[in-house]
Structures are given as structure tokens and as C-alpha cells.
Design a protein around this ligand. Structure first.
Ligand code: GLC
Length: 394
């Protein structure tokens, strides 16, 4: 009798847990990853703890989504909540954990994957209860310049002991989780639609346009750019600034502060607060330079790769994942200009450098385009994460 053909193993069933359905950086990265993941190897189901735009965006690309609602008091607790009160609230969410465990059991998942800090914590009891391997996907630097001291200690402690594996979005994030189990870097990759296929961009018509893309937040540093804008406009008065992004996650005070600083500096006619834009490529297209001004080291910095992928010259603040994205070799092979966080003078000078030396800026931008297309494709991220899931499911 001929040997029976080996039956191909069933795809790994992964439940991907996220506490939010808002479109933050981690969620946009997840969307792109799920668009390209090999469904013969993985069968992902996304489990959100509330409804929101992410749910609809996932469904639009044919991704299965389940919503297990969590009491908003637990879901929306600020990052500044200490681990004890976080645990107390999680305990009061026992009913939620029960429902979550029941849903995952019904889905018959092989691996539990959590992709936000709150989901990381809530996934622990559920994965233990179901006796399934847990994979943490960490998109935040677990450091005290960003999180309360006790939260940092708790997360680092847990990362060393509890998850089967920890996926991180950069080496910089990995460095904030010393001793984490099976750390694996999966850079949030660009989809092919995010990479412009013409290597050279023309300068936009009219005066130079300086843009920034990202939600309005003190940590993203729009205020630093507004102050730098005063210097730039003094030297090159036709320059216009466009801040793309809305005040998500309760930063309405920051938006007011920005508007009042724009007024104080007399820049109302020079700076536009554009608001949220679903697809920033149109904005990128119109930019002479894209600025990234984060005041604390950015865990990764997708906007930097997006601007580079679109051929836009970049000026960014050093630190975190940005140091892994932007190449700064002194032999003329650099791919962007870096400045220190919070240094508005240096930022203004770097922006003026791009405006005043367009040939050099465009040469850097075309090197950057080739470099990010080579190193930051979403297929590579999907392959890495799929490998982690397959290994966890063994
Ligand atoms: C988070 C980080 C950001 C990163 C994104 C994707 O939003 O703050 O730096 O680019 O996740 O990993």
C-alpha cells in the first residue's frame, strides 16, 4: 500500500487581543500585518475589548473580529495608574475575564497574542486558564520616561517569567525589557502601497511645506515644531507648516496649548492644524520635509519610515527606534537629518538645511527610500511573527 500522504497541519489559530479599537500606531501596524499574513499557516482572529474604527477597518480587509466589551473604567484607565490599582480594577473585571476565556475557548485557539499593554496584563490569567502559550507584542518602551516606575517594574518582571515569547517593535524597545523571554524584533513594516515607486520627488510648487504626521500629544513634540517654525519663517517667510493628526487619547488641553502658542508667536497664517487624515500619503506628497519631533525616545516611529517610503526628506529627533531607521554615516550615505529632542533651534536649522539645499535633501531621501523598502517591508514582519506563533504552538 502506498504510504498515506502526510496531512498538512491545520493553520495555527491565534487570538490577537487589543484593549482599544482606536487607530493608534500599534493598531495600524497590526492591520498591515494581517493583510499579508499567510492564511495557510495562520488563522488569526482579532479580539477587541471595545468597538471602534479598528473593528471596521479589519472587517474591510476580510479579517475576523470579535468584540468582548470591557467596562470602560478599566479599558480607559490612564497610563499613570499604578499596578496595584490596575490589578484591583482587573479583579473587578473578573466577569470580563470569564467572558474572554469563554470566547477564546469557543474559538479553539492555539496561541494567545496580546498587542497593547492593557491586553498584555489581562491576557495573563486567560492564557493560564486555557493553558495556551501567550505571546506579548510590545509596541511601547517599558521605561520610566514614559510609564510610572511601578508599572515598569511589574511589566519587566512579568516579561521575564510569564509570556512564552515577547515580540518587540525595535531593538530600542527590546533594550527596555532586559531578560524578556524569547525576545524577537519585528519592525512594523510598510505595505507595498506605502512605498513610492519613483525614486525622485519633485519639490512641491509654491513655498516650502514642512509637515508633521501623528496624533497631537506632548510626547510627539508638535509644540517644539511650532517654536522652531518661528525661526524658519523669520528666515524663509514663504514656508508653510502642516500639522496632520488629531488630539486622540484625551489630549484636548495640548491642542489648546498649541493654538495659543501659535497665536502668541503670530504664526496663525503660517501653520495649519489639519486634523486627522485617513490616508496621509496625500499630505506626504505635498511636503518638502517631514518632521518627527518626539520629546521622549520613540519606540519605533512608523511615520519616519512612511515619509521615507514616500520619498520625503526627513528631519527627526534622535533616540529609540528612530536611531535604527535613520542611517547617519558621515560619508554622505545618511538617509535623514537627526536633532536632539526638544531642541527647537537645532530643529529649525535642520529644516532650513533641507529647504536651502534641496539637491542634497533629495539625494538623502532617495537613499532613504531604497533603504526602507529593503529593510522595512511588512512581509518580513509577518514572516517573523508567524514564525513566533508556529514555534509557540508546537
Ligand atoms: C506605538 C509606538 C510607535 C510605533 C508603533 C508601531 O504606537 O509608540 O513608536 O511606531 O507603536 O509599533
Amino acid at each position: 500500500m502506498p504510504p498515506a500522504a502526510p496531512s498538512s497541519p491545520r493553520p495555527v489559530r491565534v487570538a490577537i487581543l487589543d484593549h482599544t479599537a482606536e487607530l493608534g500606531g500599534a493598531e495600524l501596524a497590526l492591520l498591515r500585518l494581517l493583510e499579508v499574513v499567510d492564511r495557510e499557516r495562520v488563522e488569526p482572529v482579532v479580539v477587541l475589548f471595545s468597538s471602534g474604527p479598528l473593528e471596521e477597518r479589519l472587517q474591510r480587509v476580510g479579517q475576523r473580529v470579535v468584540v468582548v466589551p470591557l467596562d470602560p473604567r478599566v479599558r480607559d484607565m490612564g497610563r499613570a495608574v499604578g499596578p496595584l490599582s490596575a490589578l484591583r480594577r482587573a479583579a473587578s473585571g473578573a466577569a470580563f475575564l470569564h467572558r474572554l476565556a469563554a470566547s477564546l475557548r469557543a474559538l479553539d485557539v492555539d496561541v494567545v497574542h496580546s498587542t497593547s499593554l492593557k491586553a498584555d496584563l489581562l491576557a495573563i490569567p486567560v492564557a493560564l486558564l486555557l493553558r495556551k502559550p501567550l505571546v506579548w507584542h510590545v509596541h511601547d518602551r517599558i521605561a520610566e520616561d514614559y510609564l510610572p516606575f511601578r508599572t515598569v517594574r511589574l511589566l519587566r518582571f512579568l516579561a521575564r517569567r510569564v509570556p512564552h515569547a515577547v515580540v518587540v517593535n525595535s531593538e530600542a524597545t527590546a533594550a527596555t525589557l532586559p531578560g524578556a523571554r524569547r525576545p524577537t524584533v519585528a519592525y512594523p513594516g510598510l505595505s507595498s502601497e506605502q512605498v513610492a515607486h519613483s525614486g525622485r520627488r519633485l519639490q512641491p510648487e509654491g513655498g516650502p511645506v514642512v509637515g508633521m504626521v501623528g496624533r497631537l500629544s506632548p510626547t510627539k513634540g508638535q509644540l517644539v515644531l511650532v517654536r522652531a517654525a518661528r525661526h524658519v519663517v523669520d528666515v524663509r517667510p514663504t514656508t508653510r507648516f502642516r500639522l496632520v493628526g488629531s488630539a486622540a487619547f484625551g489630549a484636548a488641553d495640548y491642542e489648546r496649548e498649541l493654538r495659543s502658542e501659535i497665536g502668541r508667536l503670530g504664526l496663525e497664517a503660517d501653520i495649519d492644524l489639519v486634523g486627522f487624515v485617513d490616508d496621509p500619503r496625500g499630505e506626504l506628497e505635498a511636503m518638502s520635509v517631514c518632521v518627527h519631533a518626539s520629546t521622549v525616545p520613540e519606540p519605533f516611529g512608523q511615520v519616519v519610515t512612511e515619509a521615507m517610503g514616500w520619498g520625503v526628506p526627513v528631519v527627526a529627533t534622535r533616540g529609540g527606534g528612530v536611531d535604527e531607521i535613520v542611517r547617519t554615516s558621515p560619508r554622505g550615505s545618511e538617509t535623514g537629518l537627526l536633532v536632539d529632542a526638544g531642541d527647537e533651534q537645532a530643529l529649525a536649522l535642520a529644516v532650513l538645511d533641507v529647504i536651502d539645499r534641496p539637491a542634497e535633501a533629495l539625494a538623502r531621501a532617495s537613499r532613504a527610500l531604497a533603504d526602507v523598502a529593503d529593510r522595512f517591508g511588512i512581509e518580513r514582519s509577518a514572516e517573523t511573527v508567524t514564525g513566533v506563533w508556529e514555534e509557540a504552538a508546537l
